[in-house]
Write a protein that binds this ligand. Structure first.
Ligand SMILES: C[S@@+](CC[C@H](N)C(=O)[O-])C[C@H]1O[C@@H](n2cnc3c(N)ncnc32)[C@H](O)[C@@H]1O
Length: 213
C-alpha cells in the first residue's frame, strides 16, 4: 500500500520504468498511456491509466514529481526528412501532445521533466535544459546496465534536480538502431532506461523544493 501523501505522475508511460523506484519507496504513481487497458488498473503502488493525456485530469492530490514522454516520431530531428510527406497535421498533433505535457507539468507546480529525442521542439519552443545518453547513468544499476547511446533531451522545471552521471562505457553502441523492425520496435526503442530512472529518484526524492505557495 502507498504510504505517502504525495503522488507521482508519469505521462505517455507504458512501461512504468520511470516510476518503479518511487513506487518501491511508497509513492502512489499514475502512468497514463493509450496502450494501457481503458480505465484504471492498479498493480501495487502503480495505477496504469488507459486514457488520452489530452483528456485526463490528475487525481486531487499534491504531486511530488511529474514525468512526460510525449511521442516523438513526428518531431524528431532524425525523421525531419519525412515532415513534408507526413503533412503539417501530424506536426501539429505531435506539438499538441508536447504542449499537453507542459500544461499539466506547470499546473501541478511539482518538479518535472519532459523527455524527447533531439527534436524540432528545440526550434519551436526552447532549447532543452539537459541532454544525456542512457549509458551516462548505467552505473546506478546493480549490476551496471544501459550500456548504449541514444541522445535524449530533457526540458525541466519547478526545481527538478538533474542527477550527477555515473557513466559506463557504451559497449552496446547505439543498440536501438540495430533492433529488428517488428511491431514492438517502437516500444523497445522508447522504453525509459532504468539507470536514468534510478538516478532521477536518488536526486529528487529528498528534494523538498516543490512549490508550497
Ligand atoms: C515515446 S513513447 C514513451 C514510452 C515511455 N518512455 C515508456 O517507458 O513507456 C510514447 C508513448 O505515448 C503513448 N501515447 C501516444 N499518444 C498518446 C495520447 N494521446 N495519450 C496517451 N498516451 C499516448 C504511446 O502509446 C507510447 O507508449
Amino acid at each position: 500500500m502507498s504510504r505517502r501523501a504525495e503522488i507521482v505522475i508519469s505521462l505517455f508511460d507504458r512501461t512504468g520504468n520511470m516510476v518503479a523506484p518511487w513506487a518501491a519507496a511508497g509513492y502512489h504513481c499514475y502512468c497514463v498511456d493509450l496502450q494501457h487497458p481503458v480505465g484504471e488498473t492498479r498493480h501495487g503502488n502503480i495505477t496504469f491509466v488507459g486514457a488520452d493525456v489530452r483528456e485526463w485530469l490528475p487525481p486531487f492530490a499534491a504531486v511530488k514529481i511529474l514525468f512526460a514522454f510525449p511521442p516523438c516520431t513526428d518531431v524528431a530531428a532524425s525523421g525531419a526528412r519525412w515532415f513534408r510527406d507526413k503533412g503539417i497535421g501530424s506536426l501539429i498533433r505531435a506539438l499538441q501532445l508536447f504542449e499537453a505535457s507542459v500544461r499539466l507539468a506547470e499546473w501541478t507546480r511539482a518538479p518535472y521533466l519532459i523527455e524527447n529525442p533531439v527534436s524540432t521542439v528545440a526550434t519551436y519552443w526552447r532549447k532543452p535544459d539537459h541532454i544525456f545518453d542512457p549509458c551516462d547513468f548505467g552505473g546506478y544499476l546493480m549490476p551496471a546496465g544501459d550500456a548504449y547511446t541514444k541522445r535524449t533531451c530533457l526540458w525541466t522545471g519547478n526545481g527538478f534536480v538533474m542527477p550527477p552521471p555515473k557513466r559506463i562505457a557504451p559497449t552496446e553502441g547505439s543498440r536501438m538502431h540495430r533492433l529488428a523492425p517488428t511491431t514492438e520496435r517502437a516500444n523497445l526503442r522508447s522504453a525509459t532506461p532504468k539507470g536514468f530512472a534510478q538516478a532521477v529518484f536518488e536526486a529528487n526524492h529528498h528534494n523538498e523544493l516543490a512549490f508550497s505557495a
